[in-house]
Design a protein around this ligand. Structure first.
Ligand code: OSB
Ligand code: MG
Length: 378
């Protein structure tokens, strides 16, 4: 018997590169938990058999939006996750699962590895990532997420987004930056599709304020309460007409199942980078569909690589609400990829410059915004 390697034996992951990219944001992004002036991105490249798979990780430098941090993720990827898979063959992204699930938490670190391999795998098959995932659309509806700013600045940003045709406006809110803001916005724009995102700034004691939001015809209120508080979200949801949407609280299909069963939310924001990768993102998508709950694709101010992953994900059937993947030029003067990801009339076309995620790195620019690079071997 000969032992000729065949595609059915899977793709050999030969090496990996971990890079820290630092991009200035055109406008500082303010949410209830903090302000971001630069986007710092761990960028992973998996290499093998002449293929490369790339992905951005979405954790912040410090434990801001969620608990994971870039230094922690870099150590976990470099010392544990990447050495465990380099030198092995994987016939599909599902075969990574036994190397990821034994470790607790760290969904964002797990996600970057899994997402890079989805890119590599779909490239090996010569198909767009969208096709590997089972997506059903060639373009996805998108809206904007507007950070905390003065009423005047917020109204100007809304005008700009509406002029560009974005399909939904999401306003970041926080205690004391909520009802008056909504009054000002609704006065100018009584009809637009409007949502708010509190990034966990409220508690059950704030129920009167959250109830007052029912007056503004919001499509949903995103993540009003703490990350680990599905129980109290159910209390709030039962007291409100407006749908609750969970973001930070949902990191797995079982989180989604429990939240929907408890009626803690009626909508779910899926960020593939938050939930451990595409297998989990799709499982959350499917569980939500089974409960009749629409989902939409959130974002973490990603550059082009992460943005491309998000767009492919949002082609799945139950992504029926506009996502946060607006034009990269709203965030960055220059992107790390060659193909501009720009929305037209509130729609983002799925990038298909080649198979996989369908975008390519601008290596010259990338070199100028790279803080650190390391090669990981088995
Ligand atoms: O909660 O959705 C969030 C940005 C950083 C951290 C958390 C969030 C966000 C956004 C922006 O809302 C989404 C984007 O434009 O990429
Ligand atoms: Mg959110």
């Amino acid at each position: 018997m000969s032992h000729t390697p065949s595609p059915s034996r899977g793709i050999l992951i030969e090496a990996a590169e971990l890079r820290i990219v630092r991009l200035p944001l055109i406008t500082p992004f303010v949410i209830s938990t903090g302000t971001m002036t630069h986007k710092v991105i761990p960028l992973l490249t998996l290499k093998g058999e002449g293929l490369e798979g790339i992905a951005e990780a979405v954790m912040d430098p410090a434990p801001d939006y969620l608990e994971e941090t870039i230094p922690g993720a870099m150590a976990f990827l470099r010392d544990v996750l990447l050495p465990s898979i380099i030198g092995k063959r994987f016939a599909s992204p599902y075969e990574l699962e036994p190397y990821l699930t034994p470790w607790r938490g760290n969904h964002m670190a797990k996600a970057v590895l899994e997402m890079a391999f989805w890119d590599m795998w779909s490239k090996s098959l010569g198909i767009p990532l969208k096709a590997a995932l089972g997506g059903v659309r060639d373009k996805v509806d998108v809206g904007v997420s507007i950070g905390i700013a003065s009423h005047e600045k917020t109204l100007a940003r809304i005008d700009e987004a509406l002029a560009q045709g974005y399909k939904r406006t999401k306003l970041k809110i926080a205690q004391g930056h909520d009802i008056k803001l909504l009054e000002a916005v609704r006065k100018q724009h009584p009809e637009i599709k409007l949502t708010v995102d509190a990034n966990t700034d409220y508690s059950l004691a704030d129920l009167p304020v959250l109830r007052a939001m029912d007056a503004f015809d919001l499509d949903y209120i995103e993540q009003p309460l703490a990350v680990d508080d599905i129980h109290d979200h159910a209390q709030v949801q039962s007291a409100l007409k407006t749908a609750i949407c969970l973001d930070e609280s949902i990191r797995s299909a079982s989180d989604a199942r429990k939240a929907l069963e408890m009626r803690a939310a009626r909508v779910i924001n899926i960020k593939v980078g938050r939930v451990g990768g595409f297998a989990n993102a799709r499982a959350i998508h499917d569980v939500s569909a089974a409960f009749g709950a629409p989902v939409w694709c959130g974002g973490m101010l990603e550059a082009g690589v992460g943005r491309a992953h998000n767009i492919h994900l949002a082609t799945l059937a139950n992504f029926t609400k506009p996502g946060d993947t607006s034009s990269a030029s709203r965030y960055f003067k220059q992107d790390i990829i060659n193909e501009p990801l720009e929305a037209v009339d509130g729609e983002m076309a799925v990038p298909t410059h080649g198979a996989g995620i369908g975008v390519t790195l601008d290596h010259d620019y990338l070199a100028t915004v790279t803080d650190h690079v390391e090669d990981i071997k088995a």
